[in-house]
Ligand binder design. Sequence first.
Ligand SMILES: Nc1ncnc2c1ncn2[C@@H]1O[C@H](COP(=O)(O)OP(=O)(O)OP(=O)(O)O)[C@@H](O)[C@H]1O
Ligand code: SF4
Ligand SMILES: [Mg+2]
Length: 319
Amino acid sequence: MKTVVEGRDIKKYFIASKSLFGKTEYVRAVDHVDIEIYDNSVLALVGESGSGKTTLGRILAGILKPDEGSVLFKGIDIYRDGLTRDIRHKIQVIFQNPDSSLNPRMRILDILGEAIKEIEPTISKDDLEDRAAQLLENVNLHVDHLYKYPHELSGGEKQRVAIARALAVNPEFIVADEPVSALDISIRAQIINLLNSIQKRLRISMLYIAHDLRTVWNISDYVAVMYLGKIVEYGETEKVFRNVAHPYTATLLTSAPLMPKEFRKHEIYPVGEPPSLIDPPSGCRFHTRCPIAREECKKLDMKLEEIEDGHYTACPFLK
Ligand SMILES: Nc1ncnc2c1ncn2[C@@H]1O[C@H](COP(=O)(O)OP(=O)(O)OP(=O)(O)O)[C@@H](O)[C@H]1O
Ligand code: SF4
Ligand SMILES: [Mg+2]
């Protein structure tokens, strides 16, 4: 399997507070993470709110420089060697809320036109209009929408436009950060199916950040589970769901609605409250909430170990 994007030992801390006496506290949003996204495949990144998913996604998309570590896009270190124009086009992001990513003062034609001209600066007006119409067709929107402004569209239609704009520059890697969570429940499945079919047809690699494990099961080939800035379990979605090997993943699967019974191999629930990312627990960071924690977990290194082909976990105790 060819790797398209590789994050190596990525660290990103944000300043949480600075005291008058010079003490600085940091939010350890991403804490030494390794991650790979393969050619023509979807890696889902899951974990509870604040676990660092968006921060990691932005770093992999080339829009947030990590403090340490590197991101390689097809072997090119994008932060060390610079993000060329070409690579910038090849990596696109679809955000949670299309309202914040579409300029309200531009018609859809101009929004798409701006993206098309990025790769075809000398395109004629007629060709540009044809190409924009074709992009709308690809996301199942009527050509009439070209002449509308974002506020004249529904949430789902706006997200379709955001997807069309990402496709305008022929991307090879898309970071979709909770692309449906701001939308009405009734239309989420349509947008997910659209993303899924586009990914398959155009053979795009995708990082799909999500909360909904049912969707993750439906569309992802691989899954990485994040807890307090660390990846705790990783592998083919099928293996991770059927043979869950980290208690945190097990708690997510146990609490997920509408999941088949076979994914509840360990029916367990977290205890206590989520700890702070400023001062995370020692050893295994999940030990304060893990129902099967033991004394030695407080000192355990959270190294991922392979337990079956391509399936890794940071917990040696869940059997
Ligand atoms: N620019 C920033 N400045 C300071 N802290 C930040 C910044 N961006 C993120 N954080 C903090 O980093 C941590 C991880 O945030 P992040 O948005 O990556 O989490 P997430 O997993 O995407 O959460 P959610 O599921 O709610 O989207 C959070 O504690 C957040 O408050
Ligand atoms: S290492 Fe210990 S605390 Fe951490 S997940 Fe495993 S059993 Fe729970
Ligand atoms: Mg997020």
